[in-house]
Design a protein around this ligand. Structure first.
Ligand SMILES: C[S@@+](CC[C@H](N)C(=O)[O-])C[C@H]1O[C@@H](n2cnc3c(N)ncnc32)[C@H](O)[C@@H]1O
Length: 257
């Protein structure tokens, strides 16, 4: 019998530069007996030196993985990770599954949380691209002239024909601050849906590489000019789209309820 219980952690690496890691994440990574993460993690994070490492894959233990490959292929990818994690925890060890940004916000490793519920996994939270993007904009994202709410949603829903009750054309009716995680988003389709609620002159911004000191970039536009402004730049995978009149307000000029 192990002398101490094992533990599984889902650990945020933060967004952008490695110094966005929290102290807690740093400790869990240094002490982990097994680390599961993206292939480049050991070279980017010196605290992983000497740790046993396995690649995490992308979207494993979620329906996303099953849409991408056959059940046999998915099982072949998941089985060795499942075994290694369960063996490590059963032997009293700790496992750290690493994820960029906050694990709970569209995190591709969130499936590990569900697949190992019986082990009582713990989330180590961290800086999302959402928080880093807000900082890049330098204004109060909850400070719209007549809204105090922020909606986080998925830009790619517009081009994937998503018809849920929270589709963009419906969310647009509130004219709240809106932040879109993009993945592979067709901006023209996004604007088309958002125009169901927001006026064309609503301020908009794109934050690229939020939290990466050397590469962070903010592009400003309105809903009407968003596609044109984006077209002048090669948008990286790492970008968020912001929409809302809070973008027109100076920091500090916000409603205090
Ligand atoms: C799979 S989601 C992961 C989000 C992550 N869990 C988080 O909290 O930031 C990937 C999307 O997050 C956004 N993203 C991730 N890192 C970013 C960054 N440094 N700057 C801007 N957007 C980023 C992009 O919209 C990207 O398409």
């Amino acid at each position: 019998m192990p002398t101490k219980p094992g533990k599984l952690y889902l650990v945020s690496l933060g967004t952008g530069d490695p110094d966005h890691l929290t102290l807690r994440a740093d400790r869990v990574m240094r002490e982990a007996d097994l680390v599961v993460g993206q292939a480049d993690a050991p070279s980017r994070y010196p605290q992983l030196a000497g740790r046993r490492f396995m690649e995490a894959g992308h979207g494993l233990f979620t329906p996303m993985a099953r849409r991408r490959a056959s059940p046999e292929e998915v099982e072949a990818e998941e089985a060795p990770r499942r075994q290694a994690i369960r063996d490590c925890v059963a032997a009293g060890g700790t496992v750290a599954v690493l994820t960029q940004g906050d694990p709970t916000l569209y995190g591709p490793q969130i499936g590990y949380l569900d697949a190992f519920r019986d082990l009582g996994p713990e989330v180590v939270p961290g800086i999302s691209s959402f928080a880093a993007g807000n900082a890049a904009l330098g204004c109060a994202v909850t400070g719209g002239s007549d809204s105090q709410s922020v909606i986080l949603s998925l830009g790619k829903n517009a081009n994937e024909g998503y018809g849920g009750r929270d589709r963009l054309s419906v969310l647009a009716q509130s004219r709240s601050a809106l932040v879109l995680f993009t993945m592979r988003t067709d901006l023209a389709r996004v604007v088309e849906e958002l125009r169901a609620g927001y006026p064309g002159d609503t301020p908009a911004a794109i934050v690229c590489h939020a939290g990466r000191e050397a590469r962070q970039q903010v592009l400003r536009a309105t809903l009407d000019t968003l596609v044109e402004v984006a077209g002048r730049h090669e948008l990286p995978f790492e970008h968020l789209v912001y929409v809302g009149d809070f973008l027109a307000r100076p920091a500090g000029d916000y409603q205090d309820g």
